[in-house]
Design a protein around this ligand. Structure first.
Ligand code: SF4
Ligand code: SF4
Length: 495
């Protein structure tokens, strides 16, 4: 039974659920009590002692992450006694902490900096030399460890024990020699390792890709949805127009998980987190007719020519390969163009094999596109069956297909060495997508589409959750959203 308890925190009434601790109830109510080791998804070992509070009637201060909420409890987290205890805990954590802030990637989002400014500001009593430990230790492909900065909160070892269940990290040694390190013979290479940089409250575990690239206060943040698979994890997109990123030709700095209790909890996988690294590579920005005469076109001219070409031969011989990366808005315009107006009959939207991959029990899904469900809601995959790449190849070889409209798919991944020959047999090949591929090279018309971060829209994940994403970047060149391209063609083709 969900029983509600009431207690007082700093004079304010707080409601707690039965079994909740004071720290959990306070956090849910939006009251911040300092803490490092407690994490909503990883439990409360109570070893960092930062969440110490004064409890009326108790002989000594208590750690609020292990203090069960009780009816009538009176708790003070900002009283002089509570602040003194928290400040002492912070001073203890900083005894051996190096003064790395000017060169530390965590600077600007560090739990030590934040609490020092909020509740610390003490004059250090440390006169001895600080203990030294390992620095710049590459634990795996994505994470770097600095043992000197570690405050031994054990979030990382709990993550590899409870969440990824890969057990690569342990705590070794005792006293001032105690350190987080790899289990001998192991590397930190589990598919969720990037989350360690998020949960480490200090700069001990940092992201190798993001290291030394840009200061966090120069980042802009946009709410988005990962397009890496049909889970649709909620994320923040961090972008920067500062020099280091521009010099690398990159506009995206990093992706971070955004808490969603129904979809991804606190985590994202490494495939999704680092899948953006090629976001700006091989991008298309010009509207092109490539055959018979290569020429850059205006959108108006291209739409006019493509609309005429689509009507040139019987629609029975026209095939359309669509991607599960289309948004709900794109799918609707797609249906209006190809089903309602053109009445096309050959569709390919199944993810195999070019948009399928590894799945697991935690987050990753086999379909490596975000929105097959959005298509299904309009009948694609339910009322309208999908061709496979093999049967489409057979139809092209048999001369049953004269035209192919490819939307953000790469036939070369399915057809391998046969691709060029098959694509060159077609009288009409149209490629529409954000980046170049063989179909784009061999196409008669190549239409540049925006990538997901350059538009806003909605994806429906495999659970049926419809989730919105915002525009984080400007489109490149003349690229337009898929729905706008479909709508323009539909307007011209409508009887
Ligand atoms: S490395 Fe970070 S997460 Fe791990 S114990 Fe140290 S401070 Fe905590
Ligand atoms: S599980 Fe799927 S949606 Fe989530 S981060 Fe990984 S690739 Fe992206």
């Amino acid at each position: 039974m969900d029983k509600t308890l009431r207690f007082t925190l700093d004079g304010r009434p707080i409601e707690a659920r039965l079994g909740e601790t004071v720290l959990e109830a306070a956090t849910r109510a939006g009251v911040m009590i300092p803490h490092y080791c407690w994490h909503q998804a990883l439990g409360n070992p109570g070893n960092c002692r930062m969440c110490i509070v004064e409890v009326e009637g108790a002989a000594k201060p208590q750690v609020s992450c292990r203090l069960p909420a009780r009816e009538g409890l009176v708790v003070r987290s900002i009283s002089p006694a509570a602040r003194r205890a928290q400040c002492s805990a912070l001073e203890f954590h900083l005894v051996d902490h190096p003064l790395d802030c000017p060169v530390c990637d965590q600077s600007g989002e560090c739990g030590l900096q934040d609490y020092y400014m909020d509740i610390g500001r003490y004059k250090s009593a440390m006169r001895e030399d600080k203990a030294h430990a390992g620095k710049r230790l590459a634990l795996g492909p994505h994470i770097m460890l600095d043992q000197e900065r570690c405050i031994m909160c054990t979030r990382c070892t709990r993550f590899v024990g409870q969440v990824s269940k890969s057990h690569e990290l342990g705590i070794f040694g005792r006293g001032h020699r105690q350190a987080v390190d790899l289990v001998p013979g192991r590397a930190l290479d589990n598919p969720y390792s990037g989350n360690l940089a998020d949960i480490c409250p200090v700069g001990a575990l940092t992201d190798r890709d993001f290291r030394f690239q840009v200061r966090v206060w120069y980042l802009d943040s946009t709410e988005s949805i990962c397009p890496g698979c049909s889970r649709g994890c909620n994320i923040f997109v961090h972008t920067s127009t500062r020099r280091p990123w521009q010099n690398q030709g990159r506009r995206l700095a990093r992706l971070k998980p955004r808490f969603s209790p129904e979809v991804n909890g606190h985590w994202i996988c490494d495939e999704g987190r680092y899948g953006f690294l090629d976001f700006d590579s091989k991008r298309l920005g010009r509207v092109m007719r490539l055959k018979p005469v290569s020429e850059e076109l205006s959108w108006d001219r291209a739409a006019q020519e493509v609309a005429a070409a689509l009507r040139r031969k019987p629609v029975e011989g026209l095939a359309v390969a669509a991607s599960g990366a289309l948004s709900n808005e794109d799918w609707l315009a797609f249906k209006e163009l190809f089903v309602d107006t053109l009445q096309a009959r050959r569709f390919l939207f199944a993810p195999e094999p070019d948009q399928a991959g590894t799945e697991d029990q935690l987050l990753r899904r086999r379909e490596k596109t975000p929105n097959l469900e959005g298509g299904k809601a309009l009948g694609f995959g339910t009322k309208i069956e999908s061709l496979g790449w093999d049967s489409l190849a057979g139809d092209i070889e048999a001369g049953k297909v004269w035209g192919l409209y490819v939307i953000d798919r790469d036939p070369a991944q399915a057809w391998g060495g046969r691709s060029r020959e098959l694509l060159e047999r077609l009288d009409l090949l149209i490629y529409q997508g954000p980046r170049q591929c063989l179909a784009g090279e061999l196409a008669h018309y190549r239409l540049p589409a925006t990538a997901w971060l350059e538009e806003e829209g909605h994806f429906t994940n495999f659970q049926g959750n419809v989730q919105g994403y915002q525009r984080a970047l400007q489109p490149l060149g003349a690229a337009k959203p898929d729905w706008a391209i479909f709508a323009d063609l539909e307007r011209r083709l409508k009887p």
